[in-house]
Ligand binder design. Structure first.
Ligand SMILES: Cc1cc2nc3c(=O)[nH]c(=O)nc-3n(C[C@H](O)[C@H](O)[C@H](O)COP(=O)(O)OP(=O)(O)OC[C@H]3O[C@@H](n4cnc5c(N)ncnc54)[C@H](O)[C@@H]3O)c2cc1C
Length: 385
């Protein structure tokens, strides 16, 4: 079969961009196709915590640890130079439930025994400037932040990667020698293999993949003249919301994150919501009030922008990564919920290896197997029988 491209990566979010870069690095002829353009969806409307502390214990926490380590390497002498910024962060408790969540956080990080460590742990006096409702603070060291859209641009700057947008994929038809892609407007493209990095849009082409929208409101302030924070300040309730299920809730625990621009980002709700454009005034008010109570210096700031991003959540709380069948012509890389920025460098590397038929990193065998799309293909077939 002759095709111009060995691999088409569908979706120019951070997962697609990282995968395309790793494929190009391995010498594959790769094209990235997007319905809109780079970082048009979740990767352009998110916070960028590269965090192990916030992950569910088990598969996700182990993958996040490996991704953090690999992101640091890619930031030293790779495409993420100037993108990843190391910084401390703080988790706070204002009530008994959050105090327990911080105990669980301690236990989780101690059990992981990885590069992310507990720093100071104590009362509100540990961080000058926190509000009176804060009862305990736990400092986390070893993590960092990466702005999604900026990292996407850095990956796609690589001239070895071909690109096509706006170009919506309407059908994917694999056979024994390759894959035919149908594009809106009537064009076809024949390629060797395909990576599906379509985020929340995945079910439009693969209805059996249980990916659901989970929206999050974000608020950006102007630059503070004083009262700057050295790292993110996150509610203990956020840990509970993140680790309970992949389906979201009415919880709106606050995160206050100082951006590299000097502005502050305040987030974020976790609400099952199909309409990404829906800006809910009550949620914004709730987040702003919580944020100002925890970090009173914010009351002096002006809000310059609010927006809603949509996470791609999977019912069992794990992303969907791996070949769709034994032929491996279509490889899924989707469902990263609130963890895609953090996991992207590792997932990009491992998905590129899967596509090229290379062995996965041995230490990650079991974790990657747990993400396989076959867990849903079998379920869908059994339900149909
Ligand atoms: C409010 C919020 C806060 C977050 N905070 C964090 C955080 O702190 N840390 C973290 O690690 N993660 C965070 N995330 C999650 C992170 O943003 C996502 O997991 C990640 O961006 C997903 O990247 P992706 O490449 O899988 O998908 P996306 O970025 O959604 O990209 C999918 C792409 O597919 C394209 N597409 C869709 N349909 C088609 C089609 N038919 N044909 C062609 N192209 C198509 C879209 O245009 C889009 O560009 C947050 C998300 C939100 C919403």
């Amino acid at each position: 079969m002759h095709t111009e491209f060995d691999v088409a990566v569908l979706g120019a979010g951070i997962v697609g961009a990282a995968t395309a870069w790793h494929l190009a690095q391995q010498g594959a002829r790769v094209i990235v196709i997007d319905a809109t353009g780079p970082a048009a969806a979740a990767s352009g409307a998110s916070d960028g915590a590269v965090s192990v502390a916030s992950k569910k214990p088990g598969v996700l926490a182990r993958l996040a640890t490996e991704s953090l380590l690999y992101t640091r390497i890619m930031a030293k002498n790779g495409p993420l130079a100037g993108q990843f910024h190391a910084r401390p962060s703080w988790y706070f408790a204002t009530n008994d439930v959050e105090l327990e969540a911080l105990d669980a956080l301690r236990a989780k990080l101690l059990a992981l025994d990885g590069p992310v460590r507990i720093g100071q742990d104590g009362g509100p006096d540990l961080l000058a400037g926190v509000g009176v409702s804060v009862r305990r603070l736990v400092e986390i060291r070893g993590e960092g932040h990466m702005t999604g859209y900026s990292a996407v641009r850095a990956y796609l700057d690589d001239r070895r990667i071909a690109r096509r947008w706006p170009a919506a994929i309407t059908d994917i038809d694999p056979d024994t020698t390759g894959v035919t892609l149908s594009l809106a407007g009537g064009d076809d493209l024949r390629v060797g293999r395909v990576v599906v990095a379509l985020g929340v849009s995945t079910p439009m082409l693969f209805p059996e993949m249980p990916v659901r929208p989970l929206s999050g409101h974000l608020i950006i302030t102007d630059k503070p003249q004083s009262g700057a924070l050295a790292g993110a300040l996150t509610a203990g309730a956020y840990l509970i919301a993140k680790t309970s299920s992949g389906t979201g809730s009415s919880e709106r625990p606050v995160v206050i994150d100082p951006l590299i621009t000097g502005q502050m980002l305040i987030g974020s709700s976790r609400v099952p919501e199909a309409d990404a454009a829906r800006m809910d005034f009550t949620t914004i008010l709730h987040l702003v009030r919580q944020a100002a109570a925890i970090w009173p210096a914010l009351s002096e700031r002006r809000i310059i922008r609010t927006f809603v991003g949509v996470r791609a959540a999977v019912q069992d709380g794990l992303p969907i990564v791996g070949p769709m069948d034994h032929r491996g012509r279509v490889v899924m890389a989707t469902g990263f919920e609130g963890d895609g920025i953090c996991l992207s460098s590792l997932i990009g590397r491992e998905v590129a290896a899967m596509v090229l038929g290379l062995a996965p990193t041995p230490a990650l065998d079991r974790e990657l197997a747990a993400l396989s799309p076959t867990r849903f293909i079998h379920t869908a077939r059994e339900a149909a029988e």
